[in-house]
Every structure is written in structure tokens, then in C-alpha cells.
Design a protein around this ligand. Structure first.
Ligand code: DX5
Ligand code: ZN
Length: 222
């Protein structure tokens, strides 16, 4: 599968978010990764449905909304209405597998794609048997809550195990990796089977976003 780069706007200048999104699109981003935090599931706050709604007219990019929320079922409609193309919920925020399946159905009922995210300590087995219910599995390579953290190398083996499972359960599954991705380490998750790589600091912290995205993609594909 072709490598996609998904800049995370958590690392952008949030006082000028519309411009940042526009620049990211011009710089060749494939998806726009929008982190939503409730100060409860993770010890931080970020954006709201209102932010997504106001960013929507700024870009045609695929809006990849990452819900780091407790009770995500309460907010799926709000983010779908705001213009999300993909809504990803955390497996750890669902009380059981049936509830997780129900979240996928609730997202699909809005005509958009569904993703499930697993934290670094959460085993791949948690989503075994569920991969056909989702278009994306978002593998966290940092503890969720903050940008600018270091990639957790142990996650690379999880990505490889997940890709093997996906080959059986859902061969077209996107495996997205999120946290601490940079030029030096992006090849490992890509070689292990990830096809969508989130990059916050590595993109929005760069002088030239276009060059940064091109370098990330080249290093992922080499
Ligand atoms: C962390 C977020 C990530 C983060 C990535 O909870 O889910 O998307 O913004 O930022 P970097 O690439 O700087 O680690
Ligand atoms: Zn994220």
C-alpha cells in the first residue's frame, strides 16, 4: 500500500490553524490528523467539533479525527456533522468488544470511515476478530496526550503482528502509526506494515513543510 503522511495539527500554531491546514495541504499531506482530547481519557485538552467545522472549508484533505475521549459514542455525531472523514475511537474507551463493534457501526451509519486505536500497552489481541469492522487501526507509538514525545521502539513488533492479522481478517486495512515519528525512525513502522504515518512535530516543527513531508515519505519507502 502507498505510504500516506498525516500531519497532526496538535503541533501546529493553534492561533493560526486554518493557515496551517492550508499549508499542510499545499505541502503534500495526504491526511490531516486532528487530535481530540477531553482532559479525562488523557491529561490534556485540544480541539472541539467547532474547530473541525471551522477548519473544514480550509482544506479538502481527508480529516482523520482521533478521539482520545471517554464515552466517544456521545461525540460521534458532532464530529461527523463537523466534517470528519474518519473517526477513530480508543479500544480502551469501550467497555467490551460488542461496544467497540457498536462504535464502528455508529460511525459507519454516518457514511464515514471508522478507526480503532490501541495504546502502547494494549495488546493486538484486543482487536483480533474485529479488523473487518474498521477501515483503520491506529497504533499509538507514544502514550496518548501530548505531541513531541519519543517513538516507543517496542511498538514496531506490534505493527508487524497486526499486519499479519490484517492479511487474514481485512487485507485492505490501513495501519496508521501515531507518535514520535521522524526521518530517522519512520522506516521501521513502514517496513513492519504501517501505511499511514502521523507526524506532528516532524512536520509543523520544520522550516519547510513540503521538504519535511517529502523526506518522511522517502525515508518510509526506502
Ligand atoms: C498524541 C497524539 C499524536 C501526536 C503526534 O496523543 O495522538 O497524534 O499529536 O505528534 P508527534 O508526531 O509530535 O509525536
Ligand atoms: Zn493522534
Amino acid at each position: 500500500m502507498k505510504i500516506k503522511i498525516a500531519p497532526s495539527i496538535l503541533a501546529a500554531d493553534t492561533a493560526r490553524l486554518g493557515e496551517a491546514v492550508c499549508v499542510a495541504q499545499q505541502a503534500g499531506a495526504d491526511w490531516l490528523h486532528i487530535d481530540i482530547m477531553d482532559g479525562h481519557f488523557v491529561p490534556n485538552f485540544s480541539f472541539s467539533p467547532q474547530t473541525v467545522k471551522q477548519l473544514r472549508p480550509w482544506s479538502k484533505l481527508y480529516f482523520d479525527v482521533h478521539l482520545m475521549l471517554d464515552q466517544p459514542e456521545k461525540y460521534i455525531d458532532a464530529f461527523a456533522n463537523a466534517g470528519a472523514d474518519l473517526i477513530t475511537v480508543h479500544a480502551e474507551a469501550a467497555k467490551d468488544r460488542e461496544a467497540l463493534r457498536g462504535l464502528a457501526a455508529q460511525i459507519h451509519a454516518r457514511g464515514i470511515h471508522a478507526g480503532v486505536s490501541i495504546k502502547p500497552a494494549t495488546k493486538v489481541e484486543t482487536v483480533k476478530g474485529l479488523l473487518a469492522d474498521f477501515e483503520v487501526v491506529l497504533v499509538m507509538s507514544v502514550e496518548p496526550g501530548f505531541g513531541g514525545q519519543k517513538y516507543i521502539d517496542a511498538v514496531t513488533d506490534k505493527i508487524a503482528a497486526l499486519r499479519q492479522l490484517a492479511d487474514k481478517e481485512n487485507p485492505v486495512l490501513h495501519i496508521e502509526v501515531d507518535g514520535g515519528i521522524c526521518d530517522e525512525n519512520i522506516n521501521a513502522p513502514a517496513a513492519a506494515g504501517a501505511d499511514v504515518l502521523v507526524a506532528g512535530s516532524a512536520v509543523f516543527g520544520a522550516e519547510d513543510l513540503g521538504e519535511a513531508i517529502t523526506r518522511l515519505r522517502d525515508n518510509a519507502e526506502k
